[in-house]
Design a protein around this ligand. Structure first.
Ligand code: ASP
Ligand code: MG
Length: 397
């Protein structure tokens, strides 16, 4: 049996907590070969990012990676020595020693895990401790995997080591039907399909980095999200339902996402206006999420962080689009109902929009897919919408 455990920043924030993590690792290591992937101490990566901004507004992304990757090096070393101090065989391996990355600095992809030395250590009974988030590019430089990337490191390493499973220890007890801070009756799911988890994560539920779930699906790696602080079973992320002896539930949960802004173009109806707008955004590397069209308007959403660039790109292409004015609204939020068969069961989608209409929540845009029905609503109505949908689909305790 071989297990990868991953601990998030809250679990690693300070020596006391690292000692607690060491006890969990010790317990696991009594019955399996054990590899531990760690995050930086909570808040540390933000602090390092801030230093970069202060040092140089336009900094070299390769040097940014050198700086921000350091937080995980600290926690990996500290955990390894804490384990040794408790009498275990343990050692750290740095990202550059085993994780080959490619793509852009600051948001690199995992290319390959060189598992040789690591595999040997595990077979010899040593607990391996690895900093998440970091790897090495083909040029031999340090790269990081994007914010929250330690989850992806853990799944990639688990796959590379052919581990039996990957357990993600975090500061929440698992995946919930919705954010318990919005709806106190939110229930912890015992299991959730990886595809639904991907939708929940993409729709704003930030338990795991989205990419880690995609990777778990591709690698067929069983994943569990569980609390580092309570001895509870957590949520199993099922990548293979045929093997899981469980009936698939229709609706898994409700997610709220405040990261998008609405862009509104006044543009007369003519062929190609949407294409022209999307092309203008694409030339800046920007993609849109939700789209709504009216006779004299074209609405869509972009990430808030890209809003200024999007408006500029659209302005540059205003003749091609035929737009007379462009405005934006960042007081919007996307509410998504995630579950299997949303599009193929029309009653499910109808119910989503019925519930919103019932509560008089204005609908600014909508999208439907097989696994998700999303509604864009005014920011101040999002909590009402989440609670109403949670109740209507009977997701609570
Ligand atoms: N420490 C990094 C971050 O805060 C990576 C991680 O924790 O997953 O984004
Ligand atoms: Mg995280």
């Amino acid at each position: 049996m071989r297990v990868v455990m991953k601990f998030g920043g809250t679990s690693m924030a300070g020596i006391e907590r690292i000692r607690h993590v060491a006890r969990l690792v010790e317990r696991q290591a009594a019955s399996s070969e054990t590899c531990v992937v760690v995050s930086a101490m909570a808040g540390e990566t933000d602090r390092l990012v801030q230093f970069c901004k202060e040092a140089a507004a336009h900094h070299d992304p390769r040097e940014y990676d050198v700086v921000v990757a350091s937080g995980e090096q600290v926690t990996a070393g500290l955990l390894a020595m804490t384990l040794q101090n408790a009498g275990l065989e343990a050692r750290s391996f740095m990202g550059w020693q085993l994780l080959e990355a490619s793509g852009v600095h600051g948001n690199a992809r995992v290319e390959k895990i060189e598992s040789g030395a690591l595999d040997g250590a595990l077979r010899a009974g040593t607990v391996a401790v690895i900093p998440g988030f970091q790897g090495r590019t083909e040029e031999g430089r340090i790269a990081t995997l994007g914010r929250g990337g330690s989850d992806t490191s853990a799944v990639a390493i688990a796959a590379g080591l052919r581990a039996d499973r990957c357990d993600i220890y975090t500061d929440v007890a698992g995946v919930y039907t919705t954010d318990p801070r919005i709806e106190p009756t939110a229930r912890k799911l015992e299991a959730v399909g990886a595809e639904e988890m991907l939708e929940l994560a993409g729709a704003g539920a930030k338990v795991l980095q989205v990419r880690s779930v995609g990777l778990a699906i591709r690698e067929d790696m069983p994943l569990t999200v569980r609390s580092a602080f309570e001895d509870e079973p957590g949520t199993h992320i099922i990548t293979n339902w045929e093997e899981a002896d469980m009936e698939r539930i229709a609706i898994s949960g409700i997610a709220a996402d405040r990261s998008e802004a609405l862009v509104k173009l006044a543009a007369s109806d003519r062929p190609g206006r949407l294409a022209a707008a999307l092309r203008a955004l694409a030339s800046e590397g920007l993609s849109v999420d939700m789209v709504a069209q009216g006779p004299d308007s074209l609405h869509f959403t972009v990430p808030k962080t890209n809003l200024a660039r999007a408006l500029k790109a659209l302005d540059g292409a205003k003749d091609a689009i035929g737009q007379t004015a462009v405005t934006s609204d960042d007081n919007v939020a996307k509410v998504s109902v995630v579950g299997v068969g949303i599009r193929s069961n029309p009653e499910l989608a109808a119910k989503v929009f019925d519930v919103l209409a019932d509560r008089q929540v204005p609908l600014l845009a909508a999208t439907l897919s097989e696994l998700k029905a999303s509604a864009l609503v005014p920011d101040e109505q999002v909590d009402v919408a989440v609670r109403a949908l949670h109740a209507a689909f009977e997701l609570g305790e």
